[in-house]
Design a protein around this ligand. Structure first.
Ligand code: ADE
Length: 240
């Protein structure tokens, strides 16, 4: 998979070279390139934004600069990329979307700052034959200072699903949210058996795989009921 990220703060994306993703890049499973948006600014001040039409606070990022940057990336690509624009007003990110994006050949992330990117950028590339599609994505109901951290989150969730990136492929299967009917995962333990007066639950030491699986399911269900009741889709009584 090829990943391009365009940002005013390329150093924000440095963690992409660490850990699992750093290794995936070394192995050639993922190629990440980070670009400085300011390279495509043309005026003497190298500005990338302007005041919003209709008034209001803050600045809006210029479609002229974004258009030049994204066209440049497209010109250097062999296949049609998918453009991802992280924004708090986008479609909610999810494990299902991560799985969908993990099958893409080429993703381009446009990291906005200030009040966001001129809306015509998304509209233009959505209808362009040269691009696969455009997705505006929110990682949660809170507002970050820019799209960089959201991009890190989205890339990490996507790339760990690419075959070969994780050491143990079963980890992906067991993840919270990986099945449509899934619960969030329950508690996990390692050695030592006792720590600060807290013991590892007896059942996990029993060697009874059926009982362990049942206990894990019960724990996951209880945790889901407590923290994420919205994930529990009740079957209407008339269908029981
Ligand atoms: N940019 C600012 N806030 C964001 C959010 N919640 N999700 C995605 N991108 C953002």
């Amino acid at each position: 998979m090829k990943v391009d990220v365009v940002s005013l703060f390329p150093a924000y994306l440095d963690p992409l070279n660490l850990s699992l993703l750093g290794k995936a890049q070394t192995q050639g499973l993922v190629q990440v390139q980070v670009h400085d948006l300011r390279n495509w600014a043309t005026d003497p001040h190298r500005s990338v934004d302007d005041t919003p039409y209709g008034g209001g606070p803050g600045m809006v990022m210029s479609p002229l600069v974004w258009g030049s940057a994204l066209d440049h990336i497209r010109e250097g690509a062999q296949t049609k990329p998918t453009l991802i624009i992280p924004t708090p007003s986008g479609e909610p990110f999810s494990q299902v979307l991560a799985a969908e994006f993990s099958r893409a050949e080429h993703l381009v992330f446009a990291c906005g700052r200030y009040e966001g990117i001129d809306s015509r950028v998304g509209v233009h590339y959505s209808s362009s034959e040269q691009w696969e599609k455009v997705r505006e994505i929110s990682i949660g109901d809170y507002v970050l200072a820019g799209g960089e951290v959201a991009t890190l989150v989205i890339i990490e969730a996507i790339t760990r699903l690419i075959p070969g990136v994780l050491g143990n492929p079963q980890s992906v299967v067991d993840d919270s949210f990986s099945r449509p009917d899934s619960f969030i995962e329950g508690p996990v333990y390692t050695k030592p058996l006792g720590w600060r007066g807290l013991e590892v639950p007896e059942v996990l030491r029993s060697g009874n795989h059926g009982a362990i699986e049942q206990w894990r399911q019960d724990q996951a269900q209880a945790r889901t009921r407590k923290y994420r009741p919205d994930l529990l889709t009740e079957i209407p009584p008339e269908q029981v």
